[in-house]
Design a protein around this ligand. Structure first.
Ligand code: ADP
Ligand code: MG
Length: 669
């Protein structure tokens, strides 16, 4: 017998946990290599299922799973799908295989609660905590003492879902060092951060979900370029497709997705289908023993070719999601340098073949696709626990980062708790005609109004050629590197004007300050939202009113006297509403004004088109060319000014400001 001997005085070991929808895994690093820890079932994959028995008994894993058909009301599966969701969330109702507790109070509405009858109700956080607790116990019994943990989450998880995951960790008595995106963890496990830079695709087909993520690795940091997938597509669907073929063989009619078979028989058919699916991963065919209707059993042969044909439509859906993700990242399959397979369902040979065809290359598959995410998490945990000076690659943003929009609202570009390094982009346009400058105000915080957030930087992009309002396309990209250093790059797309500043976002903020800002955001949630809505409605109203005045000045002749009176009346009412009414009234007035100007807009469009064909635009074109020539000279000056302004603003707010590239600006024409 081989004994795993540990030193009782050994320091606590950091661990990594893949908290999956279907299965969860805990791993740690020994002598530089990741290893999976044996769980309470005696294996390494722990089914993410929790059973709440009478008298407070709680079971996790395979034993819990065995209650799923017998006592479905007490057995909770796929709790991860409900993490961070409210009772009112449309997704909640859609996924309701479980019974939910009627929510009474406002606070109760904020989270889903599974109804367990006499055992009361549990939230997804509590259920996930049971799974984490079980994994922690396995780790403790093997390693003696457990240090901090890194838990993985899907890349698309929002703030609430991440927070819920963290809470589950705390509830399980774990010190959560960090949340890590699942695809990033997989890439880390492959050691890609130590290799050359490039773009990697992570294809993750699990039990009930499919995720595809495109990551760019640059100088040792991963940036999520795009994510895609289907939250209702996975190995369970393969089981279902095959079970629907087996039921008629067993003597039960099937029509489409419906069958006359009772739930227990469906359960048996699904179980047989899953067994067959797993076996077909290694064998080309197999003989299944199936129970017959009315008693007895029969033997039925299933071939891999049949199975491959059955899952073809499912693969088609993964293909579409991958192509969309590539499109979102503006990449072709040839530009992908490596494809990583994650999730139990990528063991299916046809899936691997399909991925290879899709990306035109053999996917990486040296590491067990079931364990690769937990391995990456364990490696990250080990890195974090080392007290060495080694640069830590990944972190999360403590507070959201955004840009002040017209009217004082905030466009959150990077939400709080986003794993860094990270990049994101947002587009803005000009508000007024002939606006040649664009002021950017970078803020940090959770509140809806910029004035209530912390100001990080202000800078101006100057030298935009005069254009009608809404024509200029300003692309603002945020990039936070591994050290938490934020770079903001603003680019006007029609001219190619560019400007870049670097900011240190959370520098100087203590944990207590971060905490306080979060509390403030919670306290003010409702009022903030209303203030934000009002600010936005006012801006929109102003814009429409201005556009109307401009149109009246040039094209009033296209209106009849009555029409004109109606337009002017609607405009007056809108102006009055902007002065003294709430957001919904302003919105209603905007709509009324749009109603009475609709036909007129069409006539004006016709006239504009005729004008262009008559060559009246020539003068305008010349003016623009002239202007573009002037821009070059203007730029040097504007960049210098922006740098100075940014530095000033940093001085005012007390933020440490790292301005390295204030003078970068160029034109392309
Ligand atoms: P999740 O990420 O949702 O927790 P997993 O990555 O653990 O899910 O994948 C679970 C799925 O993988 C299940 O549908 C299971 O049937 C499937 N699976 C596991 N092993 C195999 C195999 N050898 N062949 C085919 N499918 C498999
Ligand atoms: Mg998974």
């Amino acid at each position: 017998m081989l004994l795993d001997i540990f030193d009782p005085k050994a320091p606590p070991k950091p661990i990594g946990i893949d908290l999956g929808t279907t299965n969860s895994v805990v791993a740690y690093v020994r002598d530089g290599h990741p290893l999976a820890i044996t769980n309470c079932d005696g294996g390494v994959l722990l089914p993410s299922v929790v059973y709440y028995g009478p008298r407070g008994q709680v079971l996790v894993g395979k034993t819990a799973q065995s209650y799923a058909t017998r006592e479905p009301g007490r057995t909770i599966q796929s709790a991860k799908r409900y993490m961070g969701r409210s009772a009112d969330d449309p997704q909640t109702a859609q996924l309701s295989a479980h019974r939910f507790k009627e929510a009474g109070s406002e606070a109760e509405r904020r989270v889903v609660r599974f109804d367990l009858g006499e055992e009361g109700a549990r939230t997804p956080v509590e259920i996930s905590a049971e799974i984490l607790k079980s994994l922690r116990q396995s780790a403790v019994s093997q390693l003696n003492a457990v240090g901090g943990v890194v838990i993985t989450v899907p890349a698309y998880f929002d703030d609430a879902q991440r927070q819920a995951t963290k809470d589950a960790g705390r509830l399980a008595g774990l010190e959560v060092l960090r949340l890590l995106n699942e695809p990033t963890a997989a890439a880390l496990a492959y050691g890609l951060e130590k290799r050359k830079d490039g773009v990697f695709a992570v294809f993750d087909l699990g039990g009930g979900t499919f995720d595809v993520t495109l990551l760019r690795l640059e100088e040792g940091v991963f940036q999520v370029l795009s994510t895609g997938g289907d939250s209702a597509l996975g190995g369970d669907d393969m089981d279902r497709a095959l079970a629907l073929q087996l039921l008629p063989v067993m003597g039960f009619a099937v029509e489409g997705e419906r069958t006359e078979a009772p739930p227990e028989v469906i359960g048996l058919a699904l179980e047989a289908a899953r067994r067959a699916k797993h076996a077909l991963t290694d064998a080309a065919e197999l003989d299944l023993e199936l129970p017959k209707r009315g008693g007895g059993s029969l033997v039925h042969r299933v071939t891999r070719a049949e199975f491959d044909a059955l899952i073809a439509p499912l693969l088609g859906r993964t293909g579409r999601a991958c192509r969309r993700a590539l499109r979102d990242a503006e990449l072709t399959p040839e530009e992908v340098d490596g494809v990583i397979l994650v999730g139990g369902s990528t063991r299916v040979p046809r899936v691997r073949q399909f991925v290879a065809e899709l990306f035109g290359q053999e996917p990486l598959s040296d590491i067990d696709p079931d364990l690769v995410v937990a391995f990456g998490a364990a490696q990250q945990a080990a890195l974090l626990a080392e007290s060495s000076d080694e640069v830590l690659l990944l972190d999360v943003l403590p507070l959201s980062l955004g840009i002040e929009t017209m009217g004082g609202g905030v466009d959150k570009i990077l939400p709080r708790n986003t794993t860094i390094p990270v990049g994101a982009r947002s587009s803005f346009t000009t508000f007024a005609d002939d606006q040649t400058g664009f002021e950017l105000h970078v803020v940090q915080g959770e509140r809806e109004l910029a004035a209530d957030c912390r100001s990080l930087a202000r800078f101006t992009l100057r030298g935009i050629p005069p254009m009608p309002a809404g024509m200029a396309r300003l692309d603002v990209s945020f990039h936070v590197d591994a050290d938490g250093l934020l770079t903001v790059l603003a680019k006007e797309l029609t001219t190619g004007l560019e400007q870049q500043v670097e900011v240190v976002p959370s520098y100087g903020l203590t944990d207590e300050q971060v905490e306080q800002m979060l509390l403030d955001a919670l306290d003010h949630g409702e009022a903030d939202l209303e203030a934000r809505r009002l600010a936005d409605a006012r801006v929109e109203g102003e814009r429409i009113s201005k556009a109307t005045s401009k149109a009246l000045a040039s094209d009033a002749d296209l209106l009849s006297a009555e029409e004109r009176a109606l337009v002017e009346q609607a405009q007056r009412e809108l102006k009055a509403a902007i002065e003294g009414s709430g957001a919904s009234v302003i919105q209603a007035r905007i709509e009324s004004l749009e109603d009475v100007t609709h036909a007129w807009a069409g006539r004006r469009m016709d006239r504009a088109i005729r004008a262009v064909t008559l060559g009246r635009q020539v003068g305008e074109v010349e003016r623009r060319v002239e202007h573009a020539r002037g821009i070059e000279a203007h730029l040097e000056e504007s960049a210098a000014k922006a740098a100075q302004q940014a530095a000033e603003s940093a001085g005012l707010t007390g933020t440490q400001f790292d301005l390295t590239t204030g003078g970068q600006a160029k034109t392309e024409s």
